[in-house]
Design a protein. Structure first.
Length: 132
């Protein structure tokens, strides 16, 4: 694997992908979807984003290929696109939200444990990403 510093195109690609994560409402949606597949109504209820903004952010997440959808009758279900997206979201939660031991939390995430040790999440705008 080439390190980011060794390849400008790889760095540009990484930055473009990170831009999709770098919006509070989108990150809230992704964090909630890390708990499993959900409907728009469930996402709205959990995040409190509200329908117009939620629809816009879900469309952005689809364009960035961070979420996938499936339709059952009139209901659309959303889920994270793949394991890489889940790993990224859970890593951000462990590192940026304030796990008491980010290294241990990252080890748990890499092993595939569903709930990392995030017992001392900081209050404030990033508090939404705490794993319950």
């Amino acid at each position: 694997m080439t390190a980011i510093f060794e390849d400008r195109d790889r760095a540009d690609t990484a930055v473009e992908k990170l831009k999709a994560y770098a919006q509070p409402q989108r990150l809230m949606i992704l964090s909630f979807l890390a708990t499993g597949e959900h409907t728009v109504g469930e996402i709205d209820a959990a995040t409190g984003i509200g329908q117009p903004a939620l629809s816009q952010q879900l469309a952005e997440l689809r364009r960035a290929e961070l979420v996938k959808t499936r339709r059952v009758s009139k209901q659309i279900w959303y889920d994270l696109a793949d394991d890489k997206v889940e790993l990224c979201v859970r890593s951000m939660e462990a590192i940026l939200v304030g796990a008491s031991n980010p290294g241990k939390a990252l080890e748990q995430i890499i092993r595939g444990d569903r709930v990392p040790d995030i017992s001392e999440a900081k209050a404030g705008t990033a508090g939404f990403a705490q794993i319950l």
